[in-house]
Design a protein around this ligand. Structure first.
Ligand SMILES: *[C@@H]1O[C@H](CO)[C@@H](O)[C@H](O)[C@H]1NC(C)=O
Ligand SMILES: *[C@@H]1O[C@H](CO)[C@@H](O)[C@H](O)[C@H]1NC(C)=O
Ligand SMILES: *[C@@H]1O[C@H](CO)[C@@H](O)[C@H](O)[C@H]1NC(C)=O
Ligand SMILES: *[C@@H]1O[C@H](CO)[C@@H](O)[C@H](O)[C@H]1NC(C)=O
Length: 498
């Protein structure tokens, strides 16, 4: 076997099936390291079952613990334990004994599977025990870079559970994803919450359990916003998402200036009143106008009282939020999700277009005219830099669509199309087999499209990368090859096609 750098073996190992990895473990020490890194790279703790107990036991070994990079924790199991706590007296035992219990438990499960369940309950009947073991294990993971915590739908947590977040924080952590109920914020994001080098924070906020506006605002301004503000030295990507329509403007207003913030992702519920006062987001955008280079907007509908989207109200909300914002450094604008109205996305584009060099508009279906409108906005003559990257979907791919994009965006470098139909002419409608409409559109239309494309040549175009995603096409693998050939032929500058 060739001698390759460790990193490359690690990369290769990601594509190997688990059983092959297991065989590699016994091959030699190099492969042992690679296979073990792969196996423990990503760990997830959600349900108190045999697998989790085995993982906890294994991770007590520092030689194993150092391999964990990505960690997911959803302590749903605490719920049961908390219930039991109320009925039984506390008995303190050392960690060593509790781990021995776990070991016994696992052994027993193998030997006497019938008794396992009751034994498990006996071993871990106290919240404190579970929490203690978890905390011990989490605090011994030195190389975690990405930490995902879901903490909602849980009863208010006991004091022992508070260090759940802080204990894993080490200097290597770069990305933190928190899905939190607002009522847990006071316990989790205490004034001591700080992550030295955190670059990316993803927040999903649930506020359904707090009815008092005063209390909600108090949590946002006194705990949540200061916790985010404390990441000011290094935070460059911030994602804010609300599970339901809720006024987050007090939080937006209370976050202090984040000088390194380059990327903002905001998911806005389609149900009124969206994220509350739109001026909150507006002021946040204005405060970060000198550093923001990427803005990603989403429309969401996860939860909420009525679950009744109001797209007119959504449109107004967005327009209010952006109307007096200018972002002179903005390069990437990305609007996705099928709930985001096409007209609203075009309004956002028109507002921010002058500096944008990379544009992504996906989610809803867009007609030829919709795309032409968007392309017109970014192809005007009074631009400092041309648009070099475009991703649009869902579209009907036609020769006229390619003609139009190539003509209006001659300096485009990369084009990605998420395709629903393929048509020989932009004015055509997709045709289906009358007896089997579910089998996708008629292949004769695709054949016609390809033969029309073969007659074309885009010699003036600078396009180097193109990708056509067409999941719903019939006979995909076959057509993908033919499509690649066709596009490579008619666009001479093309380097890669996917
Ligand atoms: C294990 O095998 C690989 C491939 O033959 C080789 O590159 C590596 O040096 C070996 N490692 C040890 C410790 O022998
Ligand atoms: C992981 O952590 C251990 C122990 O702190 C350290 O020696 C090792 O260099 C780390 N590995 C990486 C790749 O950071
Ligand atoms: C971050 O905020 C603290 C407290 O307000 C301040 O002292 C510090 O200078 C800020 N750091 C940066 C890089 O802005
Ligand atoms: C933006 O508009 C709002 C009202 O529409 C106004 O209160 C605010 O001062 C404006 N901000 C700037 C920077 O113009």
């Amino acid at each position: 076997m060739p001698t390759l750098p460790h990193d490359i073996w690690l990369h290769i190992a990601q594509f190997l099936p688990v059983l092959v990895l297991r065989d590699l473990i016994s091959l030699n020490s190099t492969f042992f390291e690679i296979a073990m890194d792969c196996r423990y790279r990503q760990m997830s703790f959600a349900y108190l079952d045999k697998r989790m107990l085995r993982a906890l036991t294994r991770l007590k070994d520092p030689a194993v613990a150092k391999r964990v990079r990505i960690l997911h924790v959803y302590p749903g199991f605490l719920k049961d334990a908390l219930e039991r706590d109320k009925t039984e007296p506390v008995l303190r035992r050392s960690l060593k004994y509790r781990l021995a219990d776990l070991g016994n438990h696992l052994l027993e499960q193998r030997l006497f599977p019938k008794h396992a369940k009751s034994r498990l309950m006996h071993t871990l009947k106290r919240t404190e025990d579970v929490v203690q073991i978890m905390l011990e294990v989490l605090s011994g993971l030195p190389n975690v870079t990405d930490y995902y915590v879901t903490w909602c739908g849980l009863p208010s947590i006991s004091a022992t559970a508070v260090p759940f977040l802080s204990t894993v924080f080490q200097s290597k952590l770069r990305k933190l994803s928190l899905e939190l109920s607002l009522e847990n914020v006071r316990n989790l994001l205490t004034p001591s919450f700080q992550v030295q080098n955190l670059e990316e924070l993803q927040l999903t906020i649930h506020s359904e359990n707090i009815e008092s506006t005063w209390e909600r605002n108090c949590i946002m301004t006194k705990y949540l916003a200061p916790a985010i503000s404390r990441l000011n030295a290094t935070l460059h990507t911030l994602t804010i998402q609300s599970w339901e329509a809720a006024d987050l403007s007090p939080m937006f207003r209370s976050i202090t200036h984040l000088p390194a913030l380059e990327q903002l992702v905001v998911a806005i519920p389609v149900e009124p009143n969206h994220l509350g006062d739109p001026q909150g987001l507006s002021e946040f955008l204005i405060a970060h106008r000198t550093s923001l280079r990427t803005l990603r907007l989403r429309a969401t509908q996860y939860g909420g009282a009525g679950m009744t989207p109001d797209l007119a109200s959504f449109d107004n909300w967005i327009r209010d939020a952006i109307h007096n914002v200018s972002l002179p450094k903005l390069r990437t604008l990305d609007i996705s999700s099928n709930l985001f109205p096409v007209a609203t996305s075009v309004a956002c584009l028109a507002h921010f277009s002058s500096t944008v060099t990379s544009l992504s508009l996906t989610g809803s279906y867009r007609t030829y005219e919709d795309i032409e409108k968007a392309v017109n906005i970014v192809s005007g003559p009074i631009r400092d830099e041309p648009l070099v990257k475009l991703r649009v979907g869902l579209v009907s791919l036609s020769p006229q669509l390619i003609d139009m994009i190539s003509m209006k965006l001659p300096r485009l470098d990369s084009l990605e199309l998420v395709v629903r139909y393929i048509l020989p002419h932009a004015g055509d409608r997709p045709a289906f087999h009358p007896d089997a409409p579910n089998e996708g559109q008629l292949t004769s239309q695709i054949d016609d499209f390809l033969s029309k494309m073969r007659e074309r040549n885009y010699a003036h175009w600078q396009l180097r990368h193109m990708s056509v995603l067409a999941d719903s096409l019939p006979f995909r693998p076959q057509y993908e090859a033919i499509m690649e050939q066709t596009f490579l032929q008619c666009i001479p500058s093309m380097r890669t096609f996917r």
